[in-house]
Write a protein that binds this ligand. Structure first.
Ligand SMILES: *Cc1c(COP(=O)(O)O)cnc(C)c1O
Length: 411
């Protein structure tokens, strides 16, 4: 069984099937009881497989973790209550005061905010233009432990030099973290660029239906954690490839407690079954919409990696199955952003991305408002920038909505 979707829909059956159930059941429990107290102790001590307490383990959540490891072709995954919890817990579990890491400057806004918080806690970060691996290389210092990039940055769709940074990290013995949320494992496999750890916000494309929050970290097996001094002795088990993910789960989840609820895990697991089908449709819709707007007189600029003028068009064509399902654009200065947005009838004015429904948001005034005009300008975010997360609606309906919303400006 090799196909991406075959693996997902048959994943739960590879383990013990409870009552023949085709879906992993929702185990709504916090604790797990044992007949023999010695078994309880053995499970706590890691000598025996089993479950202890819901903050770190739950059978429904474990089944989803296994599914995500399969999708990413990784060794093991840990799930969290949100994507932010996955990023924050992973970094807090692996980095210490005095450490430094290099991050792409083109980041999801909340990740940017989190990294600013790290600065106040004695963990330093340097933001660089990660579309160029040379910029990453020149930011590396003696105390650099890790490099963090996203695949396609939201909202301006810059694409990091994923392959070259992978080579650089391998040469310099650095942990390479790739946030694969915007591409999902269906469009891009970070394993092919030697990623050490992969982040997915399950809230977005993997869950897909906008009905559950979740996040995951996956160990890819490429990094030799023998070289990483921040692993506690307790987590230096037999296979060094599993040291970091064990520390993230055992210490990170225990300390910070951002566990994924079993009900949310079930929603996400069901959503994941149609990831490939949804993304084929969403990406095709995005390509057509981006091309339409790109040719429109009232649109100043369109940012979509599927347009030949996009600076990383060739990189995307080489690395990704499709150029993604999200684009952004700037309106002509004569068009009022609020009037345009309020004329949209089908496309919903809402935050979030990766939903089955097409969503639009005026970026500078909402998700990037708090960071202020200077940092916005440094990230290339114009005041008129609108982000569209493309859904699975019929393309004719989507084009009609854009046409109507733009058409009235021509008077
Ligand atoms: C949404 C998002 C996150 C955070 O995920 P949540 O589930 O909303 O916490 C992280 N990275 C990227 C690229 C995202 O788009």
């Amino acid at each position: 069984m090799k196909g991406f979707t075959s693996k997902i829909v048959h994943s739960d059956r590879q383990d013990t099937i409870e009552h023949g159930s085709l879906h992993k059941p929702v185990h709504a429990t916090v604790a797990y009881g044992y007949e023999d107290a010695r078994d309880l102790a053995a499970v706590f001590q890691g000598a025996q497989r089993g479950f202890t307490y819901g903050r770190q383990v739950n059978p429904t959540v474990e089944a989803l973790s296994t599914k995500i490891s399969g999708m990413e072709n990784g060794l093991a995954s840990v799930c969290f209550g949100t994507g932010m919890a996955a990023i924050g817990t992973m970094l807090f579990a692996l980095l210490r005061r005095g450490d430094h890491f290099v991050s792409s400057a083109y980041l999801f806004g909340n990740t940017n905010s989190l990294f600013m918080t790290f600065e106040t806690q004695g963990i330093e970060v340097t933001f660089v233009d990660a579309t160029d691996s040379g910029e990453v290389a020149s930011a590396i210092r003696d105390n650099t432990k890790l490099v963090f990039v996203e695949t396609i940055a939201n909202p301006r769709t810059q694409v990091a030099a994923l392959e070259e940074i992978g080579t650089l990290c391998a040469e310099r013995n650095l942990v390479y973290v790739v946030d694969n949320t915007m591409t999902s494992p269906y469009l891009f496999q970070p394993s092919t660029v030697q990623a050490s750890l992969v982040i997915n916000s399950l809230t977005k494309y993997i869950g897909g239906h906008g009905n559950a929050l979740g996040g995951a970290v996956t160990e890819m097996g490429h990094y030799d954690w023998l070289n990483f001094t921040n692993i506690y002795d307790t987590y230096r088990g037999s296979d060094p490839h599993l040291w970091a993910i064990t520390q993230i789960k055992k210490k990170g989840l225990r300390d910070f407690g951002a566990a994924l609820a079993p009900e949310a895990a079930h929603h996400i697991a069901v959503g994941a079954e149609t990831l490939a089908l949804r993304m084929d449709r969403q990406c095709a819709n995005a390509q057509t919409m981006a091309e339409y707007l790109n040719g429109h007189a009232l649109v100043e600029r369109v940012y979509y990696p599927g347009l030949p003028e996009h600076p990383q068009f060739d990189r995307v064509a080489k690395l990704f199955r499709h150029p993604g399902a999200l684009f952004s654009f700037e309106l002509d200065s004569g068009v009022d952003i609020w009037e345009f947005m309020n004329r949209l009838q089908l496309i919903i004015k809402a935050s979030n991305l990766g939903d089955n429904r097409t969503l639009a948001i005026p970026v500078a005034h909402t998700i990037y408002f708090e960071m202020g005009p200077e940092r916005r300008a440094s990230m290339g975010i114009d005041e008129s920038l609108i982000r569209i997360s493309v859904g699975i609606e019929e393309i004719d309906d989507l084009l009609e909505d854009l046409r109507t919303a733009l058409g009235q400006d021509t008077g």
